[in-house]
Design a protein around this ligand. Structure first.
Ligand SMILES: O=c1[nH]c(=O)c2[nH]c(=O)[nH]c2[nH]1
Length: 295
Protein backbone atom coordinates (compact mmCIF):
# COMPACT_ATOMS: atom_id res chain seq x y z
CA UNK A 1 0.00 0.00 0.00
CA UNK A 2 1.68 3.26 -1.06
CA UNK A 3 1.72 6.05 1.46
CA UNK A 4 2.65 9.72 1.48
CA UNK A 5 6.10 9.79 3.09
CA UNK A 6 6.70 13.54 2.75
CA UNK A 7 4.51 16.43 1.70
CA UNK A 8 4.59 20.19 1.80
CA UNK A 9 2.91 22.85 -0.25
CA UNK A 10 2.62 26.59 -0.37
CA UNK A 11 2.96 29.79 -2.39
CA UNK A 12 6.22 30.82 -4.04
CA UNK A 13 7.28 34.16 -5.50
CA UNK A 14 4.93 36.31 -3.43
CA UNK A 15 6.19 39.77 -4.31
CA UNK A 16 5.68 42.43 -1.65
CA UNK A 17 6.69 46.07 -1.41
CA UNK A 18 6.34 48.16 1.72
CA UNK A 19 6.97 51.86 2.16
CA UNK A 20 7.54 53.71 5.42
CA UNK A 21 6.69 57.41 5.28
CA UNK A 22 8.19 59.61 7.95
CA UNK A 23 5.50 62.25 8.52
CA UNK A 24 7.93 64.69 10.17
CA UNK A 25 10.78 64.64 7.66
CA UNK A 26 8.98 63.46 4.49
CA UNK A 27 11.68 60.82 4.10
CA UNK A 28 10.37 57.52 2.71
CA UNK A 29 12.05 54.14 3.10
CA UNK A 30 11.18 51.15 0.94
CA UNK A 31 11.56 47.39 1.22
CA UNK A 32 10.91 44.93 -1.63
CA UNK A 33 10.72 41.22 -0.91
CA UNK A 34 9.95 37.94 -2.61
CA UNK A 35 8.44 35.46 -0.17
CA UNK A 36 7.88 31.72 -0.27
CA UNK A 37 5.68 29.87 2.24
CA UNK A 38 5.63 26.07 2.55
CA UNK A 39 3.45 24.21 5.07
CA UNK A 40 3.64 20.68 6.50
CA UNK A 41 1.18 18.88 8.75
CA UNK A 42 -1.82 16.58 8.63
CA UNK A 43 -2.40 17.15 4.94
CA UNK A 44 -1.93 13.66 3.48
CA UNK A 45 -5.64 13.21 2.80
CA UNK A 46 -5.60 16.18 0.43
CA UNK A 47 -3.26 14.15 -1.75
CA UNK A 48 -4.76 10.68 -1.26
CA UNK A 49 -8.50 11.38 -0.92
CA UNK A 50 -8.98 14.79 -2.54
CA UNK A 51 -9.87 16.06 0.92
CA UNK A 52 -9.55 19.80 0.46
CA UNK A 53 -10.93 20.54 3.93
CA UNK A 54 -7.35 20.35 5.26
CA UNK A 55 -5.99 22.67 2.59
CA UNK A 56 -5.21 26.27 3.51
CA UNK A 57 -5.36 27.62 -0.05
CA UNK A 58 -2.06 28.95 -1.33
CA UNK A 59 -4.04 32.07 -2.24
CA UNK A 60 -4.82 32.45 1.49
CA UNK A 61 -1.08 32.22 2.21
CA UNK A 62 -0.44 35.08 -0.22
CA UNK A 63 -3.14 37.19 1.46
CA UNK A 64 -1.65 36.39 4.87
CA UNK A 65 1.79 37.60 3.81
CA UNK A 66 0.27 40.92 2.65
CA UNK A 67 -1.65 41.32 5.92
CA UNK A 68 1.39 40.43 8.06
CA UNK A 69 3.44 42.96 6.07
CA UNK A 70 0.82 45.63 6.80
CA UNK A 71 0.52 44.81 10.51
CA UNK A 72 4.16 44.10 11.40
CA UNK A 73 7.63 45.40 10.61
CA UNK A 74 9.19 43.73 7.55
CA UNK A 75 12.68 44.47 8.82
CA UNK A 76 14.82 42.82 9.88
CA UNK A 77 13.71 39.97 7.58
CA UNK A 78 14.55 37.46 10.34
CA UNK A 79 11.72 38.89 12.47
CA UNK A 80 9.24 39.12 9.59
CA UNK A 81 10.01 35.52 8.53
CA UNK A 82 9.53 34.31 12.11
CA UNK A 83 6.23 36.22 12.46
CA UNK A 84 4.80 34.76 9.23
CA UNK A 85 6.01 31.20 9.91
CA UNK A 86 4.69 31.22 13.50
CA UNK A 87 1.34 32.57 12.36
CA UNK A 88 0.64 29.42 10.33
CA UNK A 89 1.50 26.91 13.07
CA UNK A 90 -0.37 28.92 15.72
CA UNK A 91 -3.49 29.61 13.66
CA UNK A 92 -4.05 26.13 12.17
CA UNK A 93 -4.06 23.13 14.54
CA UNK A 94 -3.24 20.63 11.79
CA UNK A 95 -0.23 22.57 10.48
CA UNK A 96 2.85 21.47 12.40
CA UNK A 97 5.63 23.22 10.55
CA UNK A 98 5.93 26.31 8.34
CA UNK A 99 8.97 27.28 6.27
CA UNK A 100 9.14 30.87 5.10
CA UNK A 101 11.82 32.27 2.83
CA UNK A 102 12.16 36.02 2.56
CA UNK A 103 14.38 37.39 -0.22
CA UNK A 104 15.02 41.12 0.26
CA UNK A 105 16.08 42.99 -2.87
CA UNK A 106 18.34 46.00 -2.84
CA UNK A 107 16.85 49.48 -3.14
CA UNK A 108 19.66 51.83 -2.20
CA UNK A 109 18.86 55.49 -1.62
CA UNK A 110 20.01 57.80 -4.43
CA UNK A 111 22.39 60.63 -3.68
CA UNK A 112 21.40 63.79 -5.57
CA UNK A 113 23.59 66.87 -5.40
CA UNK A 114 25.57 65.20 -2.61
CA UNK A 115 22.42 64.70 -0.50
CA UNK A 116 20.47 61.49 0.24
CA UNK A 117 17.25 61.75 -1.77
CA UNK A 118 14.05 61.42 0.34
CA UNK A 119 12.18 59.05 -1.99
CA UNK A 120 14.40 57.80 -4.87
CA UNK A 121 16.35 54.58 -4.96
CA UNK A 122 18.42 52.43 -7.33
CA UNK A 123 19.18 48.73 -7.64
CA UNK A 124 22.89 48.45 -6.89
CA UNK A 125 23.49 44.86 -7.92
CA UNK A 126 21.72 41.53 -7.89
CA UNK A 127 22.83 40.64 -4.37
CA UNK A 128 19.97 39.79 -2.00
CA UNK A 129 19.58 39.33 1.73
CA UNK A 130 17.81 36.04 2.35
CA UNK A 131 16.20 34.55 5.42
CA UNK A 132 14.70 31.10 5.89
CA UNK A 133 12.59 30.85 9.04
CA UNK A 134 11.03 27.56 10.08
CA UNK A 135 8.42 27.49 12.84
CA UNK A 136 8.02 23.95 14.11
CA UNK A 137 5.51 23.01 16.81
CA UNK A 138 8.02 20.71 18.49
CA UNK A 139 11.33 22.43 17.86
CA UNK A 140 10.67 26.20 18.02
CA UNK A 141 11.87 28.69 15.43
CA UNK A 142 15.03 28.06 13.45
CA UNK A 143 16.50 30.79 11.27
CA UNK A 144 19.15 30.79 8.58
CA UNK A 145 20.22 34.23 7.39
CA UNK A 146 22.14 34.61 4.15
CA UNK A 147 23.81 36.75 1.56
CA UNK A 148 23.13 35.53 -1.99
CA UNK A 149 24.15 36.60 -5.47
CA UNK A 150 27.13 38.73 -4.41
CA UNK A 151 29.37 38.60 -7.49
CA UNK A 152 33.08 39.21 -6.84
CA UNK A 153 36.31 38.92 -8.82
CA UNK A 154 40.00 39.34 -8.04
CA UNK A 155 42.46 39.65 -10.91
CA UNK A 156 45.40 38.18 -8.98
CA UNK A 157 46.18 36.85 -5.50
CA UNK A 158 44.78 33.38 -6.13
CA UNK A 159 46.58 30.10 -6.88
CA UNK A 160 45.69 26.41 -7.14
CA UNK A 161 48.45 23.80 -7.10
CA UNK A 162 49.40 20.52 -5.49
CA UNK A 163 46.04 18.93 -6.28
CA UNK A 164 45.60 15.21 -7.00
CA UNK A 165 47.19 14.22 -10.29
CA UNK A 166 46.43 10.99 -12.09
CA UNK A 167 45.69 9.73 -15.59
CA UNK A 168 42.40 11.74 -15.61
CA UNK A 169 44.02 15.07 -14.67
CA UNK A 170 44.97 17.61 -17.32
CA UNK A 171 44.82 20.86 -15.29
CA UNK A 172 48.29 22.30 -14.62
CA UNK A 173 49.36 23.81 -11.32
CA UNK A 174 48.61 27.52 -11.40
CA UNK A 175 50.35 30.08 -9.18
CA UNK A 176 48.53 33.22 -10.30
CA UNK A 177 44.96 33.13 -11.53
CA UNK A 178 41.73 35.09 -11.66
CA UNK A 179 39.25 34.16 -8.94
CA UNK A 180 35.58 34.97 -9.34
CA UNK A 181 32.53 33.66 -7.55
CA UNK A 182 28.94 34.50 -6.70
CA UNK A 183 28.77 34.32 -2.94
CA UNK A 184 26.02 32.41 -1.18
CA UNK A 185 26.86 32.62 2.51
CA UNK A 186 24.51 31.54 5.29
CA UNK A 187 24.59 31.54 9.06
CA UNK A 188 22.25 29.50 11.24
CA UNK A 189 21.16 30.95 14.57
CA UNK A 190 20.73 29.01 17.78
CA UNK A 191 17.08 27.95 17.83
CA UNK A 192 14.59 30.48 19.21
CA UNK A 193 11.75 29.33 21.46
CA UNK A 194 9.26 32.04 20.42
CA UNK A 195 8.69 35.10 18.24
CA UNK A 196 9.29 37.13 21.41
CA UNK A 197 12.79 35.68 21.65
CA UNK A 198 13.40 36.53 17.98
CA UNK A 199 12.17 40.08 18.73
CA UNK A 200 14.68 40.40 21.57
CA UNK A 201 17.48 39.44 19.16
CA UNK A 202 16.51 42.08 16.56
CA UNK A 203 19.60 44.32 16.95
CA UNK A 204 21.84 41.30 16.29
CA UNK A 205 20.47 40.46 12.83
CA UNK A 206 21.63 43.54 10.88
CA UNK A 207 24.95 43.50 12.73
CA UNK A 208 25.54 39.84 11.79
CA UNK A 209 24.68 40.55 8.15
CA UNK A 210 27.15 43.46 8.10
CA UNK A 211 29.88 41.34 9.75
CA UNK A 212 29.36 38.42 7.35
CA UNK A 213 29.44 40.75 4.35
CA UNK A 214 32.55 42.63 5.48
CA UNK A 215 34.38 39.42 6.42
CA UNK A 216 33.49 37.84 3.07
CA UNK A 217 34.59 40.83 1.00
CA UNK A 218 37.71 41.69 2.98
CA UNK A 219 38.95 38.09 3.22
CA UNK A 220 38.30 37.62 -0.49
CA UNK A 221 40.32 40.74 -1.28
CA UNK A 222 43.17 40.43 1.22
CA UNK A 223 43.74 36.68 1.34
CA UNK A 224 46.38 35.16 -0.91
CA UNK A 225 44.09 32.27 -1.80
CA UNK A 226 45.53 28.74 -2.16
CA UNK A 227 42.07 27.36 -3.09
CA UNK A 228 38.41 28.28 -2.88
CA UNK A 229 38.09 25.60 -0.19
CA UNK A 230 40.62 27.19 2.16
CA UNK A 231 39.50 30.79 1.61
CA UNK A 232 35.91 29.76 2.28
CA UNK A 233 36.91 28.02 5.54
CA UNK A 234 38.75 31.14 6.73
CA UNK A 235 35.62 33.20 6.13
CA UNK A 236 33.51 30.71 8.14
CA UNK A 237 35.94 30.79 11.08
CA UNK A 238 35.80 34.59 11.28
CA UNK A 239 31.99 34.75 11.09
CA UNK A 240 31.69 32.17 13.88
CA UNK A 241 34.06 34.37 15.93
CA UNK A 242 32.17 37.57 15.17
CA UNK A 243 28.65 36.30 15.86
CA UNK A 244 28.53 34.14 19.01
CA UNK A 245 24.78 33.43 18.63
CA UNK A 246 25.19 31.47 15.40
CA UNK A 247 25.88 27.75 15.50
CA UNK A 248 26.98 27.16 11.91
CA UNK A 249 28.14 29.06 8.84
CA UNK A 250 27.85 27.73 5.30
CA UNK A 251 29.09 28.84 1.90
CA UNK A 252 28.27 27.76 -1.61
CA UNK A 253 30.80 29.22 -4.03
CA UNK A 254 30.79 28.58 -7.78
CA UNK A 255 34.27 28.89 -9.25
CA UNK A 256 33.68 31.08 -12.30
CA UNK A 257 36.58 30.18 -14.54
CA UNK A 258 38.48 32.62 -16.78
CA UNK A 259 40.60 30.78 -19.33
CA UNK A 260 43.83 32.04 -20.78
CA UNK A 261 43.86 32.32 -24.58
CA UNK A 262 46.94 31.31 -26.54
CA UNK A 263 47.29 33.93 -29.29
CA UNK A 264 50.79 32.91 -30.39
CA UNK A 265 49.32 31.72 -33.72
CA UNK A 266 48.86 35.42 -34.61
CA UNK A 267 52.28 36.95 -35.29
CA UNK A 268 53.68 35.27 -32.14
CA UNK A 269 51.49 37.37 -29.76
CA UNK A 270 52.35 36.58 -26.13
CA UNK A 271 49.15 36.17 -24.04
CA UNK A 272 49.80 33.32 -21.60
CA UNK A 273 51.43 33.01 -18.17
CA UNK A 274 52.92 36.33 -17.06
CA UNK A 275 51.92 37.89 -20.41
CA UNK A 276 48.23 36.99 -20.08
CA UNK A 277 45.94 40.01 -20.50
CA UNK A 278 42.99 38.86 -22.61
CA UNK A 279 40.98 35.98 -21.12
CA UNK A 280 37.84 34.07 -22.08
CA UNK A 281 35.25 34.12 -19.23
CA UNK A 282 33.47 30.75 -19.03
CA UNK A 283 29.78 30.40 -18.27
CA UNK A 284 29.93 26.63 -17.78
CA UNK A 285 30.93 24.21 -16.50
CA UNK A 286 31.95 25.77 -13.21
CA UNK A 287 33.45 24.40 -10.03
CA UNK A 288 31.10 24.44 -7.04
CA UNK A 289 32.67 24.46 -3.59
CA UNK A 290 30.42 24.09 -0.54
CA UNK A 291 31.06 23.72 3.16
CA UNK A 292 29.33 24.14 6.49
CA UNK A 293 31.45 24.93 9.54
CA UNK A 294 29.90 24.40 12.97
CA UNK A 295 31.16 25.20 16.45
O1 LIG B 1 40.08 26.48 -5.76
C1 LIG B 1 39.90 25.47 -6.48
N1 LIG B 1 39.41 24.34 -5.93
C2 LIG B 1 39.19 23.20 -6.65
O2 LIG B 1 38.75 22.15 -6.10
C3 LIG B 1 39.48 23.26 -8.03
N2 LIG B 1 39.37 22.35 -9.04
C4 LIG B 1 39.77 22.96 -10.19
O3 LIG B 1 39.79 22.43 -11.32
N3 LIG B 1 40.13 24.26 -9.92
C5 LIG B 1 39.96 24.46 -8.59
N4 LIG B 1 40.16 25.55 -7.80
Amino acid sequence: MPQVSAAQYGKDHIRVYKVHKDANTGVQTVVEMTVCVLLKGDIETSYTEADNSVVIATDTMKNTVYIMAKQHPVTPPELFGAIVASHFVEKYKHIHSAWVKVITHRWTRLTVGGEPHPHSFYRDGSETRNVEATADEAKGISIRSAIAGLLVLKSTGSAFHGFYKDEYATLKDVYDRILSTEVDCGWTWNTFSSVQEVRSAVPKFDKAWESARTITLETFAKESSPSVQNTLYKMCEQILDAVPEVKAVDYSLPNKHYFEIDLSWHKGLKNTGKDAEVYAPQSDPNGLIECTVSR
